[in-house]
Every structure is written in structure tokens, then in C-alpha cells.
Design a binder for this molecule. Structure first.
Ligand SMILES: NC(=O)c1ccc[n+]([C@@H]2O[C@H](COP(=O)([O-])OP(=O)(O)OC[C@H]3O[C@@H](n4cnc5c(N)ncnc54)[C@H](OP(=O)(O)O)[C@@H]3O)[C@@H](O)[C@H]2O)c1
Length: 313
């Protein structure tokens, strides 16, 4: 099978298309003929060796859509140990969901990691209730653009998103956000009574501004960081009854039945047309390096996918 492999950690130049033996399924796993693999920000960090570095050589890629060989079902799966940038992958059955007929492959691949992360951050960790005011950091990104739509669909009374460029902020408004701003510093002027739930993926100094924008009993949900991790003083939170919670998809996958429930809700909302993933680009296996460069350059909006069967350039 063709796959994108790394033999050392580094920049996009370490991504190499190669012919490899097909992986073999163990207990509780299934072989999937991959159609599309998702590119996630975490893949860039794994490639660089800065996040859960795998044993080398390694095939990257943490999410796929494809056809399960055992029963021919169309499935989407998260891959705990990578292996998605390939024509064939092995997926744990507990990390796999069957795709309903009304969800095409592109949508399934855009939703399985980033849609489930957005939903679990807002609902499972953030305990979003109808009528609450929600702000989403990096709202034009893969997780962010789905979180904006989910907040709306789940009954938020107002939604704001932050993004770094005017074009991205326009995209965020088109997703249904009431407001789009460059950063959380702008939120107090937009929400004088505060925001109830802030979904953060940036960390760093902006966390302080995000906390300052929260209403009493507001929650900040952290799903990652691009800057240094923020250090938050509990006393400062107590003064306004604020909460900081975190979400890692691993716990969603490991908790009995939670991934199936979250994925089921996300796919149902997409089936109803209330959650519409935006696909920025689909690249062939040979194009994964360029896709990584585009994500690192913040030049993408929504989802980046790999068509593993497409002919390369
Ligand atoms: N906790 C979990 O289980 C989990 C699961 C999935 C993803 N995540 C995390 O959630 C975050 C978003 O993931 P994603 O897949 O949606 O990412 P993405 O689509 O690649 O990017 C999201 C946005 O991040 C912003 N950004 C800020 N600083 C950046 C930088 N230094 N390099 C690149 N982009 C930067 C960019 O928006 P602007 O240009 O508007 O700033 C970009 O559009 C990541 O931190 C990821 O690791 C966590």
C-alpha cells in the first residue's frame, strides 16, 4: 500500500510517500480501506516530535473515513497511534463509527475528530445550556468553525468567534456567529454582561483576557495551546465564581459509550443540515507536506483532507 511515512522528526520535508506492507488488525480492531484521511494540527506536532512522538518509522494521520473490509460498511475512525495517511489502516472498533447514508465521505472526515472535539468541549466539558453566550477562539479553524455552528444549533443566545484576519472573520460571521473579533480582548465591549462559555485552543496570555471576558459562573474550556500553557490562579477564579475545564478526546474515546454518543449527536446535527463542515482543500498523499505547510502558515479555513487514492503530482 502507499502511505506517507516519517523516518525522522522535523519539518514537512520529512514526510515521504512510500510503499509499505499493509497493517494487520489485532483483537478489537478492523482493517479499513481508507478513502480520506484528515489533517489535524496535532499531526504537525507529532511530525515535529513535540507531541506524543511515535516510534520511527511512523505513518502519521489520526483520523480516517473508509470502507471496513470485514463487512463493507462505510466508517469513520480515530486512530490512537496514527496510520491514517495510508491506503489501508487498522482502527479500534471502539474508536469507529458507521457513517449514515446522509453523511458523505468528505463530511464524515471533517466531523469525526474536529466535530466530536467541538461537541465534547462545549457539551461534555463545558456543560453548555440553551440561552448561554459562547465565544470560540480560532473560530475559522477545523474545530472552531464547527464549534461556532454547534453553539448556535445547541441554543446559544449569542456566539462570537476570534480569528486573525479580516477574511477569516468574515468566514466566521458567515458560519452564523453574531460577532467576529481578533481576540478575546474585544469581547467585553461586545458582551457587557460577559460570556458564559469560552472555548480556548491558544493558551498563553490570551487566556487572561478570555477569563476577564467571562460572566460570573462562566467557564473556559481549554482543548490545547499554541503559545506557552497559561497558568491560572484559582483565587482569581473564585472572586467571580469562574471555572476552567479541559477536554482531551482520549477520555471521550476511553469512556464507555461516550464517543458513540458524541459522534451520534454530531452526525445527526450534520444530517439535519445544522452543522455543515467546510472543507478547505483535499490533497493527494504526495501533497501532505504542502498541506502541513498551509496549516502551519494559518492559511486554511475549516478542514484539510487527504484523498489517499488520488494520483500524486
Ligand atoms: N483536546 C483535544 O482532544 C483536541 C482535539 C483536536 C484538536 N485539538 C486542538 O485544538 C486546536 C485546533 O485544532 P484544529 O485542528 O482546529 O486546528 P487548525 O484547523 O489547524 O487551526 C485552527 C486555527 O488556529 C489558529 N492558530 C493560532 N496560532 C497558530 C499557529 N501558531 N499555527 C497555526 N495555527 C494557529 C489559526 O487561526 P487564526 O489564524 O485565526 O489564529 C488556525 O486557523 C489545536 O490546538 C489542536 O491541537 C485538541
Amino acid at each position: 500500500m502507499r502511505a506517507v511515512v516519517i523516518r525522522r522528526f522535523g519539518g514537512p520535508e520529512v514526510l515521504e510517500t512510500a510503499e509499505l506492507p499493509e497493517p494487520v488488525a489485532g483483537a478489537g480492531e478492523s482493517v479499513v480501506d481508507v478513502v480520506l484521511a484528515g489533517v489535524n494540527f496535532g499531526d504537525l506536532e507529532v511530525r515535529a516530535g513535540t507531541y506524543r512522538p511515535p516510534r520511527l518509522p511512523a505513518v502519521l494521520g489520526a483520523e480516517i473515513v473508509g470502507v471496513r473490509r470485514r463487512d463493507g460498511r462505510r466508517v469513520a475512525a480515530l486512530l490512537r497511534d496514527g496510520g491514517g495517511y495510508a491506503e489501508v489502516a487498522v482502527a479500534r472498533d471502539a474508536y469507529t463509527v458507521e457513517l449514515p447514508d446522509d453523511i458523505d465521505d468528505l463530511a464524515g472526515a471533517a466531523l469525526v475528530e474536529q466535530g466530536c472535539t467541538a461537541y465534547a468541549a462545549l457539551v461534555t466539558a463545558g456543560r453548555l445550556r440553551p440561552g448561554e453566550r459562547v465565544a470560540v477562539a480560532s473560530a475559522a479553524g477545523g474545530v472552531g468553525h464547527l464549534a461556532v455552528q454547534l453553539a448556535r444549533a445547541l441554543g446559544a443566545s449569542a456566539v462570537a468567534g476570534t480569528a486573525s484576519t479580516a477574511a477569516k472573520r468574515q468566514f466566521v460571521r458567515e458560519l452564523g456567529a453574531d460577532h467576529a473579533a481578533e481576540g478575546p480582548e474585544a469581547l467585553p465591549a461586545l458582551f457587557p454582561d460577559g460570556v458564559d462559555l469560552y472555548l480556548d485552543s491558544l493558551g498563553g496570555p490570551r487566556v487572561e483576557a478570555a477569563l476577564a471576558a467571562l460572566a460570573p459562573f462562566g467557564r473556559l474550556v481549554s482543548i490545547g495551546h499554541r503559545e506557552e500553557p497559561a497558568v491560572v490562579a484559582v483565587d482569581a477564579l473564585t472572586r467571580r465564581s469562574l471555572g476552567v475545564v479541559t477536554l482531551w478526546m482520549r477520555q471521550v474515546l476511553e469512556a464507555d459509550g461516550l464517543f458513540a454518543e458524541v459522534a451520534g449527536r454530531v452526525l445527526a446535527l450534520a444530517g439535519e443540515g445544522r452543522l455543515v463542515p467546510h472543507v478547505d482543500r483535499v490533497v493527494p498523499l504526495d501533497g501532505v507536506g504542502g498541506a502541513h505547510e498551509a496549516v502551519a502558515a494559518r492559511a486554511t479555513t475549516g478542514k484539510v483532507l487527504v484523498d489517499v487514492r488520488a494520483a500524486g503530482c
